[in-house]
Design a protein around this ligand. Structure first.
Ligand code: TTP
Ligand code: MG
Length: 356
């Protein structure tokens, strides 16, 4: 049986801002652009959340809910730096690490010998080190697979952890809302509700054949996830096949020009992840993805090597847009990566060094 830990930092961007400006501690804080623009909040401190302030909420709305809200602009370089330090702590326990974003990662500690191999104690120690060394708090979920671990990390948030033992899986999963199942987004959730399916127990009651009739190729994974079964392995940075960033908009974007105004922010996010993951030398292709107002999507790809510029993505966006010329609700951009093995690459690097 595997031992998986999912770590999720608490109100990450806000916590990093407080760390760098201690006078913000204990205050309602939002990270995002000013209220007189169309910007939305990246996140909010727990003090602000008491007023109903949430991630992705327009700053103006957040200020209406919480007039004393302190708004600070995001500092992505600081978040990247803290994220790197958190990762260094993870690496003391395992090298099977799958980052999901700057503030979230899966760790496979099955082979970790520390703390007699107790994943619960390892998670506790990781959280203790994050607090002691970085002055930040994290929450953790511990389980035999990624799906359960991720859900569990939300259970004792903030600054807590929750273990799903094998004998508890059945009870843990049965009341879980279908929205929590990995890969079930708004559209599928709505369909499930219309079919009278609200919890994992409701899905468990269906045969695989019935699931296939309703959900096609996704039936098998729904069958398994709804029973708390998830065989997905941890995918380390080296095994990663692509890197993409995307943004869903509150209101559909009507024109190509408006789409292009979102490229700089997406590109900044993409570039930071590219550098952080040290993927620069592995780029083999560019990708732009658009999801349209009717939820249909298209991806446009181009063979590419080197580091793409904003203009490279803008050109690809032109081609993707020209396929339909209709309003867009999501833009994604990214790169395909080669997955040649690390040993080979290291060999090459050391040969070059030797040559110099
Ligand atoms: P989350 O882990 O979803 O949120 P959080 O860490 O702020 O709060 P929690 O304690 O509930 O985990 O996201 C991590 C960071 O990602 C968050 O600090 C800011 C950023 N983010 C956005 O920029 N936009 C978003 O819509 C969301 C959800 C997060
Ligand atoms: Mg978080």
């Amino acid at each position: 049986m595997r031992k998986i830990i999912h770590i999720d930092m608490d109100c990450f961007y806000a916590a990093v801002e407080v760390k760098h400006n201690p006078h913000l501690k204990g205050k309602p804080l939002g990270v995002g652009g000013p209220a007189n623009t169309r910007s939305v909040l990246c996140t909010a401190s727990y003090e602000a959340r008491k007023f109903g302030v949430r991630s992705a909420m327009p700053s103006s709305q957040a200020l209406r809910l919480c007039p004393q809200l302190i708004l600070v602009p995001p500092h992505f370089d600081l978040y990247t730096e803290e994220s790197r330090k958190v990762r260094e702590i993870f690496e003391r326990f395992t090298n099977k690490i799958e980052p999901l974003s700057l503030d979230e990662a899966y760790l496979d500690v099955t082979d970790c010998k520390q703390f007699s191999g107790s994943a619960t104690l390892i998670a506790q120690e990781i959280r203790r080190l994050i607090l002691a060394e970085l002055n930040l708090t994290a929450s953790a979920g511990i389980a035999a697979n990624k799906f359960l671990a991720k859900i569990a990390s939300d259970w004792r948030k903030p600054n807590g952890q929750f273990v799903v033992r094998p004998q508890d899986v059945e009870a843990f999963i049965k009341d879980l809302k279908v929205e929590k199942i990995f890969g079930v987004a708004k559209v599928t959730a709505k369909k499930m509700h219309e079919l009278g399916l609200f919890t994992c127990a409701d899905i468990q009651n269906l045969s695989l054949t019935q699931l296939q009739a309703w959900f096609g190729s996704r039936a098998q994974e729904l069958y398994e996830f709804s029973r708390g079964i998830d065989e997905r392995e941890i995918i380390t940075e080296w095994e990663r096949k692509s890197l993409t960033v995307e943004e869903t908009f509150n209101t559909d974007i009507q024109t190509l020009e408006d789409c292009k105004t979102h490229i700089p922010a997406l590109y900044a996010d993409f570039y930071q992840r590219l550098i952080k993951g040290e993927y620069e030398d592995r780029i083999r292709g560019l990708v732009v993805k658009l999801k349209f107002f009717d939820f249909k999507s298209t991806t446009h790809e181009q063979v590419f090597q080197g580091i793409p510029s904003e203009q490279d993505f803008a050109r690809l966006l032109d081609s993707a847009w020209s396929r339909r010329h209709v309003a867009v609700r999501l833009i994604g951009l990214g790169v395909r990566l080669s997955t040649q093995n690390k040993v080979g690459d290291q060999g090459l690097t050391s040969q070059l060094r030797f040559a110099i």
